[in-house]
Design a protein around this ligand. Structure first.
Ligand code: F6R
Length: 366
């Protein structure tokens, strides 16, 4: 049932090109230049008139929510707030009927996320669910929703659910941006065409697997690891760190690269691997100077870079390339090497990759 793979996690990492394609299917009509999503289209006035969008989730799904915050605000110009469901539900939040709450949950059973939905509904908000498990409690409790079509995710560490959550949320952001007149028709078409190439670019990113395995062998005994990114890739850094901690039990932290100098840079020495997402987009120069700061303190740098990159390659101890794409789509590619890096480290440390200690696939208690 693992389809020839040693673990479900690896199988699910490799299923991502197909999972993303399945999530596009019937929704993204590239030739017609259209997005069709019943859950959005049937409630379009609510979305267009929303004062803001609140996103609630836990864990990896919360990271997908953070990526969505950057994309929604950038493309659709709608204010977005992202909250841990467990904090949101207990902090008497200001919320009313002009708010839309998007709940993201792979399992659709997470207790805190469910409680946040019920509270938001009580206060009159419109609730939209992004779930993977069809017919799950959260998908039934929401007023509307869109499924990620990732297929069953067995490995406890979430992989294809994360990238398909980002896929669904990107489609929503694009649809709202178009309906609100925030992007031109030609940009909209260009974005759909580029999005359509993402599955094959994910495949290409998976092609670095052997190279990543070698890097994993070098750093598998590190007691700590830092993950840095900026902008759209800051949440990817958080997700990379979570993947490493949960399956390899190595302490890891994700940070926005520019926050280093406000404290964490004190941790850097020659023992410290620092994974830096440095694709040649938006904040590239700034990330390069962040890398220089780490380098001058003898940190070991693993750069996640755009194909053909030279600047980071000169500074870094290792680079892992991902194909070029439009900036807001980069998380779908930069996530891939981080998943593989954690996977190989955990395997080399002989950990139970698919069922890490203390963790459950669906967290139905708070
Ligand atoms: C991380 C992981 C957890 C889940 C979290 C939310 O790999 O699996 O952090 O993302 O428990 O679960 P769902 O998405 O089912 O609500």
């Amino acid at each position: 049932e693992k389809g020839g793979y040693d673990h479900f996690m690896l199988k699910e990492i490799y299923e991502q090109p197909q999972a993303i394609r399945d999530t596009f299917r019937g929704r993204m009509l590239v030739d017609q230049g259209l997005i069709k999503m019943a859950g959005i289209d049937d409630h379009i006035d609510k979305f267009l008139n929303a004062r803001r969008i609140l996103i609630v989730a836990c864990g990896t799904s919360w990271h997908a929510g953070l990526v969505a915050e950057y994309i929604f605000e950038d493309l659709a110009r709608i204010p977005v707030e992202v909250e841990y469901a467990s904090e949101f539900r207990y902090r008497n939040p200001v919320i009313d009927k002009d708010d839309i709450l998007i709940a993201i949950s792979q399992s659709g059973e997470t207790a805190d996320t469910m409680a946040a939905i019920k509270m938001a509904k009580d206060k009159g908000a419109f609730v939209f669910g992004v779930c993977n498990v069809v017919g799950s409690s959260i998908s039934r409790e929401a007023h509307a929703g869109a499924y990620t079509h990732a297929g069953p995710e067995i490995g406890v560490a979430s992989t294809k659910a994360f990238t398909t959550q980002i896929t669904v949320l990107t489609l929503i952001a694009l649809q709202l941006a178009k309906k609100k007149g925030k992007i031109s028709t030609s940009d909209f078409h260009r974005y759909l065409q580029e999005l359509d190439t993402i599955p094959e670019k994910v495949e290409k990113a998976l092609g670095s697997n052997d190279h990543i395995e070698k890097i994993a062998a070098i750093y598998k005994d590190a007691p700590n690891c830092l993950y840095l990114g900026r902008g759209f890739n800051f949440p990817v850094a958080l997700e990379g760190a979570l993947k490493l901690k949960e399956i390899s039990y190595i302490h890891a932290e994700g940070y926005p690269a520019a926050e280093m100098k406000h404290g964490p840079i004190a941790l850097i020495d020659e023992q410290m691997p620092v994974v830096v997402i440095a694709t040649r987009k938006g904040h590239y120069e700034k990330v390069v100077s962040n890398i220089q700061e780490i380098k001058s303190r003898s940190g070991k740098i693993i750069g996640i870079v755009t194909e053909g990159d030279v600047d980071v390659r000169d500074l870094a101890d290792h680079v892992i390339e991902v194909p070029d794409t439009i900036e807001f789509m980069t998380p779908l590619l930069t996530t891939i090497p981080l998943q593989l890096l954690s996977y190989h480290i955990a395997v080399m440390l002989d950990k139970n990759v698919d069922q890490p200690r203390n963790l459950a696939k669906s967290v139905t208690v708070e």
